[in-house]
Structures are given as C-alpha cells and as structure tokens.
Design a protein around this ligand. Structure first.
Ligand code: GAP
Length: 548
C-alpha cells in the first residue's frame, strides 16, 4: 500500500518532471525565481491536453440541446479570453483591493518572511530554559523540525534530544498568540538563533502591481495583474448577452494566466506566483441556483474521475458555514491527497462556489459588504460608496416569464497547474517489468489517461536495417496526421520502451521481422504490458478509436 506522505516519492516525481522535460524552474541559469515555473516539451503538451479536455468537455463539446444528468434543464456555454490587466476599479468593487491579503510575519534576524497562518509551534524546556519553538514546515516534517530547532537552541548533541521536555503538541502560532498562551518575545522563529525576532503580523495584498503608460508615477496609473480570471467574465457579462443570443441559464468559460504574490510559494507548482486558471461563471435564475450548484459540484467532481484521478485520493469537501466568504451561499472544494501532504491531508484543486448575485451587483452598485444579513454597498467616512460601481445595468430580462432579475452565479474555478501536478503525481508508478531476456527490470511509468498523454504513440523499428525503418517512418507519418506521436530508432528496444513509459506514452507500435512478412506490427500497452499483433493498416483507426 502506497504511503501518502512520502517526500522521497515527491522528490522522484519532481526529478522525473525535470529530467524528462515536463517542468523546469523559471530562469534557472540565474539561480531560478521562487514561485515561477516553465513547462518543457512534454509538460507543455500535457498542460495543453488538460486545458483542451476542459475546454472541450465544458464548452466546445457541450450539447446545449440535451438535459445533462443532474442538470435542471439544458443550458448554453460560451467562451472568452480577457486581458490580464483591467481597469483598477474592477478590483476595488470585487473586493480584492481591500480584502485579498494574507498576514505575514518577518524575522528581523534571518530576514525571512512567513505566512502567519503557516506557522505552528510547541513549548520546549531544558534545564530551566523554556522557549516556544516555531516551525514553518507542514505535514510530517513539522515535528522533526521543531526537535532540530530546539536541539540547536539548547546547544545539545543528537543523543541529548531526549532530555528536552515538550509541553503539549503542535499548535497554531496565531491561535496561541490570540489566546495569550504565547508572546512574540518567547517565540523562536523557524530560522532564528534567539527568540523574539518575529515581527507582529501585518497585512500583505497578494495582487502584483504595475503602472500603465510612459508617464507612470501617480496613483491613477496604478494597475494590477489579475489574481483570478473570473472578473473578466463579469466585465463581459452584458457583452456576451447582447452579442451571442445566449439566455439564462448559461455559462461563460475562460482559461488564462493569473498572478498572486504568494508570501511562501511552495510544494513545486502547487502554490505558484504565476499560474493558469480554468474558470466558469454560470448565470442562472435565483430560484434555481441551489440545484445548479449541486449540478456543477457533481459534474466537476466526475470530470477528474473520468480523466483517471484515483477516487481514493480525491475528496469533495463542503465548506462549513464559518469558512464561507461573506457573500457565498455554499462552496465545495475538490481536493487531492498530494504526496507532499501529511497522511489524511488534502490540497485544493478546484472550488465550486455559489456566489449569489454578489459579483454582478458589486459591479453595478459598488463594493458590497454584509450588514444585518444583507449585502449592502459599503460606505466611506464621507458617506459616499467606498468603491463606486459602474452604474451599468447588469440585470437580465427573461422574455418568457417577463421577469427582470440579477442572475445568481455558480463558479467552478479550477487551477490548470494544480491539476497537472495532481495528474502527474497520480500517474507516477514504479514497478518491475521483464527485460528482453526475461529478467525483472525496475521501471518508472506515468500512467496518464490517453487524452492527457503528451504523445499518444511511439513507432519503433526493432532494428535499424532490413527495411524496418522505412515501414516505421511510413506508419509514423500516417499516424502523425491524426495524433501526436514519435519515431524512435535509437537504442535497444527495452530502453526505447522505458523512455516512452517515463513520458506516459500509452502505446508503442513495433515494426519487426514479422511485419515484413505479414504486414502486422506489435502493439504494446503501457499499463498492462500486453503485446498484440495488429495489421499495420488498421493501426491508425484503432488508436483513433481508443482515443475517442
Ligand atoms: N475565482 C475564484 C478563485 O480564484 P481560488 O480558490 O482562489 O478561487 C481557484 O482559486 C483555483 O486556482 C484553486 O483551486 C487552485 O487550483 C488555483 N490556484 C489558486 N492559487 C494558486 C496558486 N498560488 N498556485 C497555483 N494554483 C492556484
């Protein structure tokens, strides 16, 4: 049984991702840039396939005449591609300008910066000296880290760590400070030699700022890189409605880059500063919104399963009432048990939120806040709206019922990079296969769903002579017209299979002596290792059929 928290397994996945050209650190030759990642030749294909599956399954391939299982009625879907920089007022009315922040803590000694909610600690005592040892490590790494830190602080040798007396288990630093059981004077920072070096927490807005225009300098030029793609959709709600004949219920989808100046990017691509989102804003009649929320939650859950993520490692978690944003009527997260997390912990892949009419109303009326259970425009000290809305009418008129209302929104919001990471982790397997001489050989294989696999097939002449390359090249060209595939004649056939297994290629077609005699080739299946003989002229149609 595979253990969930397995840093060495995660390290091997990261190493394969680099070695085989899936993911590289950005600007690596200059030492890299924390929180930024590049996708290499295989990675870009994997990520494009993932986005293409999402776009096809949610938008392009959507049957708007059918009532899909679980859906209250048929619905339409449209696509958008909006700019990364938008009018600064967008972020003021959406709430990001005031509220999109994390709390950070600096260490005066180490000059390191931490997310306040990522710091945990526990009390340690030795020979009358006592300190609250803080760690920034998560999962199974946290406790050993506090032991090491305490050992260093008390100046002990490894065999003396047993002498340390621990009071209670690991607790959140923030909660302990609020409760008054810990003060910053007694807290030993994760990288500090002495206690008392952590600063009080302060707010840090996660939006990247930029300036527009050559005369940039005053506050009016200030703009932001979007921290989510969703707002571009709200900006164009009326444009889409007026130009594309859609009617409520309908969804608008967008895939694109988002930017967040994360305080502590970590866990490979999981928390990056530049990443891609795949978001849908689904507009519906307020009375039907609960049913649509359930539909999208279940639809998005089954999408991951159909693309092959292990059901045992996925979790659908409904937020408790105290976790919901002030405008949200309900939210569920689809989460995956990543190998870098502690046993039983899950990381978010996608959130499905019932947002009510918060977004459209905010962009009409101005930034909203909840007061006495109602969403009202937030007022400034001068008695005017704190952030003024567009004043444009974003309500919808239903021609059939003759009703006018502000549609409610269901938002399935997924991260493309997190999904790629989950599919990579899930697909990664180490097993043993017999080599050409029948001896067991260990192999690394990515069991990616064929729709996601960067290459669908490899065409391999058994030897580089006897006319085999010519037959193989001809088959390669026929297949290439229909799907990404590669021709490889370099190295032993065992090594070539191993290369394809690591790249996640589902099928290998080998041209051998028998091909020349009866025009059949060997079709090797990556996962079952079963090899079957297939007529060479049937290969293209067979693989196309399997991909369908
Ligand atoms: N419009 C709603 C929204 O943006 P979110 O939960 O903040 O919601 C949605 O983000 C998804 O975007 C997350 O579930 C995750 O997959 C992805 N995501 C968010 N922050 C990320 C980051 N720093 N790095 C990589 N992916 C991220």
């Amino acid at each position: 049984m595979e253990k969930q928290n397995d840093q060495s397994r995660m390290d091997r996945i990261v190493s394969l991702a680099k070695r085989r050209g899936f993911i590289f650190q950005s600007s690596e030759i200059y030492g890299g840039l924390n929180g930024f990642w590049d996708y290499g030749p295989l990675g870009v294909a994997l990520k494009r396939n993932l986005k293409e599956c999402w776009w096809h399954d949610m938008v392009a391939g959507h049957d708007e005449l059918a009532t899909l299982p679980g859906a209250p009625e048929p619905y339409e879907m449209a696509g958008l591609d909006c700019t990364i920089i938008m009018h600064p007022q967008v972020w003021k009315c959406s709430g990001h300008f005031d509220l999109f922040h994390d709390w950070l803590v600096d260490c005066r000694e180490s000059k390191r910066r931490y997310r306040y909610d990522h710091l945990n600690g526990r009390w340690a005592a030795h020979r009358g000296k006592k300190v609250f040892v803080v760690t920034d490590q998560s999962g199974d790494e946290a406790i050993p880290h506090t032991v090491l830190r305490a050992q260093k602080f008390f100046g002990l040798r490894a065999k003396q760590v047993e002498e340390i007396e621990w009071e209670g288990g690991l607790v959140a630093l923030a909660a302990s400070i609020t409760a008054g059981t810990v003060t910053l004077d007694t807290a030993l920072g994760p990288d500090a030699a002495e206690p008392g070096t952590l600063t009080p927490p302060r707010e840090f807005n996660l939006m990247f700022e930029t300036r527009i225009g050559a005369l940039a300098g005053n506050d009016d030029d200030r703009a932001f890189l979007r921290p989510e793609t969703a707002q571009g959709i709200f900006m164009n709600f009326k444009n889409v409605l007026d130009t594309s004949r859609v009617s409520v219920p309908f969804g608008i989808a967008q895939i694109g880059k988002s930017f967040r100046n994360e305080i502590t990017p970590r866990n490979f691509t999981f928390r990056s500063r530049e990443f891609e989102q795949m978001e849908i804003e689904f507009f519906c009649k307020p009375a039907d919104s609960a049913a649509w929320y359930r539909y999208w939650r279940d639809r998005r859950w089954s999408w991951y399963l159909k693309l092959g993520l292990s059901a045992g490692k996925l979790q659908l978690r409904e937020h408790d009432a105290d976790e919901l944003s002030h405008y949200s009527v309900g939210t569920a997260d689809i989460e995956y048990a990543f190998p870098f997390l502690a046993e039983g912990e899950f990381g978010e892949l996608e959130g499905i939120a019932h947002r009510g009419d918060f977004d459209l109303r905010s962009h009409m009326e101005g930034k909203l806040v909840r007061k006495d259970g109602q969403l009202v425009v937030e007022m400034g000290a001068d008695g005017k709206p704190r952030h003024r809305g567009s004043g444009k009418d974003l309500s919808y008129f239903d021609d059939v019922t003759r009703e006018r209302y502000v549609p409610h929104v269901i938002e399935p919001s997924a991260g493309a990079d997190r999904a790629v990471l989950a599919f990579l982790c899930d697909a990664y397997h180490e097993d043993e296969v017999p080599d050409e001489d029948g001896k067991p050989r260990s192999r690394t294989v990515l069991k990616l769903h064929p729709r996601l696999a960067p290459l669908k097939a490899a065409i391999l002449p058994l030897v580089k002579k006897d006319g085999m390359p010519e037959v193989a090249i001809d088959l390669y060209r026929r297949l290439k017209a229909h799907m990404p595939c590669m021709y490889d004649e370099k190295g032993s056939i065992g090594r070539r299979y191993a290369r394809q297994d690591e790249a996640g290629t589902p099928w290998c077609l080998t041209i051998d002596g028998q091909t020349l005699a009866d025009s059949t080739v060997t079709l090797r299946d990556r996962d079952t290792l079963v090899q079957t003989r297939v007529p060479i002229d049937a290969c293209v149609e067979l693989l196309r059929e399997r991909l369908r």
